[in-house]
Write a protein that binds this ligand. Structure first.
Ligand code: C5J
Length: 217
């Protein structure tokens, strides 16, 4: 079985039952001048994931393994956005540089050009931080026969963490790739990754993408 050099220990995986999850690599979060930057964030902290993710997605496609992309966002009438989320994120639904912020169908809500999904790849729209909540992700993974997830995307301590925790509770083994996940806050990036691998891998494993690429080349 292919085995990745990871923390807290080797991550052995069966390619037949492993899927790549690419979380929320959306223009609203990553583009200069967009929503993320308008909140005072440095989008360069997220954009450093684009190069490693491009290489990983390309290799994953060549290996013929499943890729699932997610997008955080809401229906145009915001009926799927809990009032509590809106109270703490009043910009959701407002007009931004790239259309209404975090609204499905708007330019800013979609995935960045560099990582555009290919036909046949699943794209899951999610209203929450976790990719399992109020989505078809569980059913999709069941149909694929997935037991292990390689988790990438943004942001490390929010949607990546929430999804890894949800996945862990559902019995999936998660490998999080440090160079393919990003946070606006370097200290959260570091702590977020440490939390996953701590205590014998309480939520999963952490590795760098070259260690995985070697195994699928
Ligand atoms: C956030 C996300 N940070 N995709 N969303 O609001 O992590």
């Amino acid at each position: 079985m292919p085995t990745v050099d990871a923390r807290p220990g080797p991550f052995a995986f069966d390619p037949d039952t492993t899927a790549l999850l690419v979380i929320d690599m959306q223009r609203d979060f990553l583009l200069p001048g967009g929503f993320g930057e308008s909140l005072g964030n440095d989008v360069a902290e997220l954009r450093r994931t684009i190069g490693p993710l491009t290489a990983l997605i390309s290799a994953w496609r060549t290996a013929g393994l499943p890729i699932i992309h997610t997008r955080e966002g809401h229906l145009p009438d915001l009926s799927d956005c809990p009032p509590a989320k809106l109270r703490r994120g009043p910009m959701i639904g407002q007009k931004g540089t790239f259309g209404r912020i975090l609204i499905r169908g708007e330019y800013g809500h979609d995935i960045i050009d560099e990582l555009r999904p290919e036909p046949g790849e699943v794209v899951i729209d999610k209203p929450g931080k976790g990719a399992f909540y109020a989505t078809e992700l569980s059913a999709t993974l069941e149909k694929l026969g997935t037991r292990q997830l390689v988790v990438t995307g943004v942001t490390t301590e929010v949607c990546v963490h929430t999804t890894v925790r949800e996945a862990n509770d559902r019995g999936f083994e998660c490998l999080v790739l440090a160079d393919c996940v990003g946070s606006y806050f370097p200290e959260f990036q570091q702590a977020g990754l440490e939390m996953i691998a701590a205590q014998g891998g309480i939520f999963g494993w952490v590795a760098e993408s070259p260690a995985l690429l070697k195994e699928i080349a």
